[in-house]
Design a protein around this ligand. Structure first.
Ligand SMILES: O=C(O)C[C@H](O)C(=O)O
Length: 497
């Protein structure tokens, strides 16, 4: 290695600055820039796809395999994502539930709020009818599912072998096995910890592969949008534009009209003040299109805001598995779009069953780029396999929808944590006021490690925080006991820095 090179850093950690040399910071810039390149590449690809679709429609229709290939790559990741997310999530929730009030309340809130978000997606979809009139055909063979009786359906959830659940392509089988693993791990207690850790590592691997797949998104977006515009002309552009704008507006209304009002009514806090306090995290999310990237900083900032550590430690990580409101809105709204665009609009009973189904499927979503479209493909494959090919229709605009999903998911979890803190009386409202008024600013220098982190380091810390979840649960338990007077509350975690 030439002397001009920085020394290699262990385990992907950022290089340590040396005396006489400026601190090494370019790693973070490099990573964010790469993510920006991908974003720009998708925009260019979508523009090029639209141009090709309008100028050479026959040629453009032949580009469909590019979009289909991308959807297949995404579909390939569905079973592992669902397995890891559900197995880990159920394990954590089961543990969280043992700390009583906080875990139970958080879970109840997540179920209600994400169902509400799914219902709002349906409602807006019914109002604007996105995709109507496109009448695009796909090559789905309806005879494959026509014969399945309800008994076959139920029996089909049971895989022929434990591992075939992850390879058969059946989402329900993957979900079934993941639930079994999650509950079994909970029963194993401490003995199950190494297995949970192994699944956590597997999840990192799966998300790493998903991130690699996202690098071919420009190609997929180009082929998909060219083929759709080539087949349908300007009508497709109008329909996709309508869907995207409607989704953004719905997310904004959800954040301010539902989360903002709830926050104001319950705590008296204006959501805009909280959003201003979290401004840096929003920037991070916009540049990476992933809400999970901001998870470590969200935890630190909510603790600084005055929410007790156990509440933050339980609510935030659990919310990232079970409370992805933006993804929930997207799932139902996009399903309605696809069904209408394929000429098979869903009637009300079908929409209700879609909602129930997506309630389960949405729990397999995650806060990383592309997880939303993977969950959509998985949910449709299990519920309405005739619609799954239609996912290709929205590949071209998915990167833009991913931004709104991530921002809404992040806000949903920040608000949820403050609410749970208030409901369980584990929030210091005086501190909240001091922090939000700027009197007690978040000390970036104590977060200096975070502040100058490379993206690798951010991930490393996110993993570490996940590892610390168990510890946090234990602390929460002793906190609960202390509240009940069983033990002196000498290490009360509500620290005013
Ligand atoms: O990051 C998230 O919360 C969602 C993600 O961006 C997605 O693409 O679904």
């Amino acid at each position: 290695m030439s002397q001009t090179h920085s020394p290699a850093s262990p385990a992907g950690r950022p290089p340590v600055s040396q005396p006489g040399r400026p601190a090494a910071r370019p790693a973070r810039r490099r990573r964010l820039d790469r993510s920006h390149y991908l974003y720009i590449a998708v925009i260019v690809a979508v523009g090029a796809g639209i141009a090709v679709g309008l100028l050479a429609p026959e040629f453009a229709k032949g580009l469909k395999p590019l979009g289909d290939g991308f959807v297949s790559l995404i579909k390939m990741m569905i079973a592992p994502i669902i397995f890891c997310t559900i197995a880990l999530g159920v394990g954590s929730v089961a543990k969280a539930a043992t700390v009583g009030k906080v875990g139970g309340l958080a879970l109840g809130y997540f179920v209600v709020m994400s169902t509400f978000a799914l219902a709002i997606g349906l409602l807006v979809g019914n109002l604007i009818h996105p995709g109507e009139g496109l009448n695009i055909s796909t090559s789905y063979d309806a005879s494959k599912t026509a014969a399945a009786s309800s008994t076959d359906f139920v029996l089909g959830i049971i895989p022929t072998s434990f591992f075939s659940a992850l390879t058969s392509g059946s989402i329900l089988q993957a979900l079934f096995v993941a639930l079994l693993v999650g509950f079994a791990l909970q029963k194993m207690g401490a003995k199950g910890a190494p297995i949970l850790e192994a699944i956590r590592q597997l999840q990192q691997l799966v998300f790493r592969i998903l991130a690699m797949i996202m690098w071919v998104a420009p190609l997929g977006a180009f082929g998909a949008i060219a083929a759709v515009v080539g087949a349908t002309g300007v009508a497709a552009l109008v329909a996709l534009g309508t869907l995207m704008i409607a989704f953004y507006i719905t997310c904004i209304l959800f954040v301010f009209g539902i989360l903002g009002v709830l926050l104001k009514v319950v705590t008296g806090i204006n959501i805009l003040r909280v959003m201003k306090y979290l401004a840096r995290e929003y920037l991070l999310i916009v540049s990476t299109s992933s809400s999970e990237v901001a998870l470590p900083r969200l935890i630190a900032k909510l603790e600084h805001l005055g929410v007790a550590k156990p509440v933050v430690g339980i609510t935030v990580p659990t919310g990232y598995s079970f409370n992805l409101d933006g993804t929930a809105i997207y799932l139902t709204m996009s399903s309605l779009f696809i069904a209408s665009a394929l000429g098979t609009p869903l009637n009300i009973p079908e929409q209700i069953s879609l909602l129930l189904f997506m309630m389960i499927a949405s729990k397999g979503a995650a806060g990383v780029t592309g997880a939303g479209i993977a969950t959509l493909a998985g949910g449709l494959q299990a519920h309405r396999p005739d619609l799954v090919n239609g996912v290709g229709l929205i590949v071209g605009i998915d990167r833009f929808m991913s931004e709104a999903r991530a921002l809404t998911n992040f806000t949903g979890n920040a608000v949820a944590t403050v609410l749970i803190g208030k409901w369980t009386k584990q929030i210091d409202m005086v501190q909240v006021d001091r922090v939000l008024s700027g009197e007690l600013p978040f000390n970036e220098s104590t977060m200096s490690a975070d502040d100058h982190l490379s993206a690798d380091e951010e991930e490393y810390r996110a993993r570490r925080l996940a590892d610390e979840r168990a510890l946090s649960d234990q602390k929460a338990l002793s906190y609960q006991k202390a509240l009940a007077g069983e033990k002196a509350l000498d290490d009360r975690p509500m620290v005013v820095r």
